[in-house]
Design a protein around this ligand. Structure first.
Ligand code: F0G
Length: 458
């Protein structure tokens, strides 16, 4: 095999993109208040803002779209999705939701009471936001290796079982409505969790009578990492690995916009029948009837097909090959990243590249802005803009341990030459790193502020 990721598909539909000139990028950034979320898509050349909903659907998915059944209740599309759900995840009940955070909202609305805590390896921002919005405390208990960017631990998404046990004992199981784990660990570098660890997490939660939920939007990538890296799993299929993972949990939620290869969709799945009834009521109130959950019938069909395509091992080999290729190229031009490469994205260590910019002046934001101005490449800050928050007791600002810029790779969208262009652009930024300056907020809302805040350059 060559040491670059060959696409296991041909391109049948073409979406033109254009590189805007540097002066126009300056104007666009001013208008956007220096927040890349406020740019128009046409102002971006290579868009690595997210891998969420940005993938390319296959010919089979587009064919499935045509079969979509738009009946309000009992649509055929729902039952085709249910079949895939049962085959892969094996939960007794599920509802479709329009995306992952809708499932998080329902779960938090039903289970989280003010003052309660929800542990995980690391919660993603929307999960954190939904827990906080109900007065709860999201708690991150990932292993320490996750915070050491060059540590080569094969499963840096693992939860620290000793920390988890100590946390439950200190907090009391009655104050923990459910425990979670995120696979892969998006907020911590897209790093996988081992099956051994998921077994231990499940056993620990269950020992204390705490229901165990998996935030599983990148479960297929996680399953393939297990196949590649965990002793005893090389001969197992990703499907069998996925089934073993979900057999250990009481429920799961998924943003299907990732490993189910659709542009919109999600689900919340549970074993408990009475909880399912409460979920159904909440869903009907806010999202839609239980057989469509805020989606069109055609979306459900695209998801049913995409769930299987996301587990395909030739696709997963290419997918993880792309991130590894991007990481290798960036290292060669002096750009430090979290190692080893994650599944869906490369996390550039902005704190390491820009040591002269303190947390409070947002080194990740400085790097994102510079990369856009250099090459019209859009990444996203995963650092203090996203996660710094005042300590609830002392009011003192608590900063995340890592200041990162995520370059997320949409599925089946960009080719190797696109990745080469990103490597070249970021290499140019790195050469000029000491000259970059920080930013301060001009406007910032309280929750999920990175989406709509604006900045001023310092
Ligand atoms: N959980 C994880 C681990 C996620 O990465 C996301 C979304 C969600 C939940 C929420 O799902 O967007 O469908 O409501 N992550 C996207 C990202 C937005 O860019 O990483 P959603």
């Amino acid at each position: 095999m060559p040491n670059y990721p060959v696409e296991p598909f041909r391109i049948k539909t073409v979406e033109p993109i254009q590189l805007m000139d540097p002066a126009a990028r300056q104007v666009a950034m001013q208008r956007a208040g220096h927040n890349l979320f406020a740019l128009r898509a046409e102002e971006v050349f290579i868009d690595l803002l997210t891998d969420s909903g940005t993938g390319a659907m296959s010919q089979e998915q587009w064919a499935a779209i045509m079969r979509g059944d738009e009946s309000y209740a009992g649509a055929r599309s729902f039952f085709r999705l249910q079949e895939a759900m049962q085959q892969i995840f094996g939960f007794e009940h599920f509802v479709p939701t329009h995306q992952g955070r809708a499932a998080e909202n329902i779960l938090a609305a039903l289970l989280v009471k003010p003052g309660m805590s929800i542990p995980s390896n690391m919660h993603f921002d929307t999960t954190e936001g939904n827990i906080r919005a109900r007065g709860g405390h999201p708690v991150n208990l990932v292993i320490d290796e996750a915070f050491d960017p060059t540590n080569q631990h094969p499963f840096k998404g693992n939860m620290d079982i000793a920390k988890l046990r100590a946390f439950i004992q200190k907090t009391g199981a009655q104050n923990i409505p459910f425990g979670a784990i995120t696979i892969t660990n998006n907020a911590g570098g897209g790093q996988p969790v081992s099956l051994e660890n998921i077994h231990q997490v499940s056993a620990t939660y269950h020992e204390f009578g705490i229901p165990f939920y998996i935030d599983c939007c990148r479960y297929a990538e996680n399953s393939y990492f297990i196949k590649l890296r965990e002793p005893g799993y090389a001969q197992k299929s990703t499907l069998d690995i996925a089934r073993e993972i979900f057999s250990l949990a009481d429920g799961a939620w998924m943003s299907a916009k990732k490993d189910a290869l659709v542009n919109m969709g999600g689900f919340l799945a549970v074993r408990d029948h009475s909880l399912f009834q409460r979920i159904s009521n909440e869903l009907i109130l806010r999202e839609g009837f239980v057989t469509y959950g805020g989606l069109s019938g055609r979306d459900l069909d695209a998801m049913a097909v995409g769930l299987w395509e996301g587990l395909d091992e030739s696709y997963l080999a290419y997918r993880l090959g792309q991130t590894a290729y991007l990481a290798e190229g960036l290292h060669a031009v002096g750009v430090p990243t979290i190692e080893p490469a994650g599944g869906h994205a490369i996390y550039v260590d902005a704190g390491c590249l820009l040591p002269h910019i303190p947390h409070a002046e947002f080194p990740g934001q400085a790097l994102c802005a510079a990369l856009y101005l250099e090459g019209a490449v859009r990444g996203v800050e995963i650092g203090s803009v996203m996660f710094a928050a005042p300590d609830p007791k002392t009011g003192e600002m608590v900063y995340p341990r890592l200041e990162l810029v995520r370059l997320a790779i949409p599925r089946r969208v960009y080719t190797q030459s696109h990745l080469d262009y990103v490597i070249e652009s970021l290499g140019n930024v790195a050469k000029n790193a000491p000259a970059l300056r920080g930013y301060r907020f001009k406007y910032a809302p309280e929750l999920l502020r990175h989406f709509t805040c604006t900045f001023e350059p310092l």
